[in-house]
Design a protein around this ligand. Structure first.
Ligand code: 6GU
Length: 230
């Protein structure tokens, strides 16, 4: 999978994408992530990418021209399945959407700033708009990192254990059960006996019960969602 990210802060991605799962995915050749500096596509001598809003008002607006130039140059080389704009008024990003995006070959993530981007970008160049939650971030970069991480870890072969992405919290709208490792007793706090029993069937049952119990206690709306979908 190829992910192209368009941003005015390319350095922000350096550290995050060079650790852990994303690093491993890149090394294995399972994903290629390219960061593009939007200013490189400005035709202005000061590399300007924003301007005053028509009609007046506070804040600057990201101009269409550099974004158009950047997307055009990418489209010349690759066929994109989705060109995504990260914005707080987009569709809420949830596991289902991560699953969908992880099946695609090429996507673009456009990070917005200032008051927003020229509406004509959204009308004519963007195929999907995503928000990562009901709060406002100062830019789309952190959201693009969140989306990238959630997608990349689902690409087959990225996680060591092929089944581990399937047992994630939210993958079936249930919260994952608790996990433990050695020592069996620490500070007088013991690991549940059942997990040391070696009885695979009983352990599976216990884990499922724990998932339901936790979901009921912590995120009851997820169970209601499950009922509606069944
Ligand atoms: Cl995608 N961008 C910004 N700027 N703020 C957000 C967001 C995105 N999702 C939630 N808040």
């Amino acid at each position: 999978m190829r992910i192209d990210i368009i941003t005015i802060f390319p350095e922000m991605f350096d550290s995050v994408f060079n650790y852990s799962i994303i690093k491993r995915a890149k090394h294995k050749g399972l994903t290629n992530i390219y960061i593009h500096n939007l200013r490189d596509y400005s035709t202005d001598k000061h590399r300007k990418v924003d301007d005053y809003p028509y009609g007046g008002g506070a804040g600057m607006v990201m101009m269409i021209e550099p974004i158009f130039n950047c997307i055009q140059s990418l489209k010349k080389k690759n066929n994109y399945d989705e060109i995504i704009y990260l914005t707080p008024d987009g569709e809420l990003f949830q596991q289902k959407m991560a699953n969908y995006l992880s099946t695609l070959n090429n996507i673009v993530l456009l990070c917005g700033h200032y008051k927003g981007i020229d509406e004509r970008v959204r009308e004519h160049l963007i195929t999907k708009e995503i928000s990562i939650g009901n709060y406002v971030l100062s830019g789309g970069e952190i959201a693009a990192m969140v989306v990238t991480d959630a997608i990349v870890r689902l690409i087959p072969g990225v996680l060591g254990d092929e089944t581990s992405a399937l047992s994630d919290s939210f993958q079936d709208d249930l919260i994952a059960p608790p996990v433990y490792t050695r020592p069996a007793v620490f500070n007088g706090w013991a690991v549940p006996e059942i997990l040391k029993s070696g009885n695979a069937k009983e352990i599976e049952l216990w884990r499922h019960q724990q998932s339901i119990k936790r979901t009921l206690e912590r995120r009851p709306e997820l169970l209601k969602k499950r009922e509606r979908e069944e």
